[in-house]
Write a protein that binds this ligand. Structure first.
Ligand SMILES: *[C@@H]1O[C@H](CO)[C@@H](O)[C@H](O)[C@H]1NC(C)=O
Ligand SMILES: *[C@@H]1O[C@H](CO)[C@@H](O)[C@H](O)[C@H]1NC(C)=O
Length: 205
């Protein structure tokens, strides 16, 4: 059912319940009804293209799963649900205000033994590709979505502030590995170290 149809139904039922006095009141407030109905319609209209991956990475961050953090910037409200999704909702009274998925949780970006960003991919179509979002975790005294930008078309960048990453080891990859992977990592590091020694010996020997 379209928003305008819902609005009409609400108006009609109020009219029947309250007669002309009620009708006068409704004419003053159609936007309130439109907005409420509209936001409910928005939620159900979003069709995810993918299912989120299971939570992964630092275990102490898994408690963020199931929570959502929002930021309203000019006419858009952004919502970040860690290990789930990022969505965007135009704050407008228009019946067809834009609402979309900017990414579904997929995987961590890692560099230098550190989790450097949470990738949310397979968002709504944008030309020939899908919208995607990288969420960067930054230490702060409270958890909040602090910043949203679009560094390249349909690729979004979010800054999420949280006390959960203030410890210098909180985003290290190594402690999150299984014993087996730690063993493989140690071997690779050892080989790399020996490679460096060999290189130096060749260079300076
Ligand atoms: C986004 O994630 C939240 C939190 O898990 C969930 O309630 C909501 O339905 C998700 N939205 C979409 C469009 O997948
Ligand atoms: C890699 O991580 C170490 C320890 O956290 C840091 O000191 C170093 O600057 C990082 N290097 C790069 C290239 O980011």
């Amino acid at each position: 059912m379209s928003s305008s149809m819902e609005l009409w139904t609400v108006c009609l039922s109020l009219f029947i319940n309250h007669g002309f006095a009620g009708k006068m009141k409704i004419v003053e407030e159609p936007n309130t009804f439109g907005l409420n109905n509209h936001f409910m319609a928005q939620g159900s209209r979003l069709q995810p293209k993918a299912t989120p991956s299971p939570a992964s990475g630092p275990v102490h961050l898994h408690r963020l799963a199931g929570k959502c953090f929002s930021l309203t910037e000019s006419t858009y409200k952004y919502e970040f649900c860690p290990f789930h999704n990022v969505t965007q909702h135009e704050q407008s009274f228009r019946w067809n205000a834009y609402s979309g998925i900017l990414g579904i949780w997929q995987e961590w970006e890692m560099a230098n033994n550190t989790y450097t960003g949470m990738w949310m991919r397979d968002g709504d179509t944008c030309g020939t590709r899908n919208r995607e979002t990288k969420v960067i975790f930054v230490c702060s005294t409270s958890s909040k979505l602090a910043q949203v930008s679009e560094p390249s078309t349909c690729v979004y960048s979010l800054i999420f502030e949280t006390p959960l990453v203030c410890h210098p080891h909180s985003l290290l990859v190594y402690p999150t590995l299984t014993e087996k992977l730690q063993g493989e990592w140690d071997e690779a590091e050892q080989a790399r170290y020996e490679g460096l020694i060999t290189e130096q010996v060749e260079q300076f020997g």
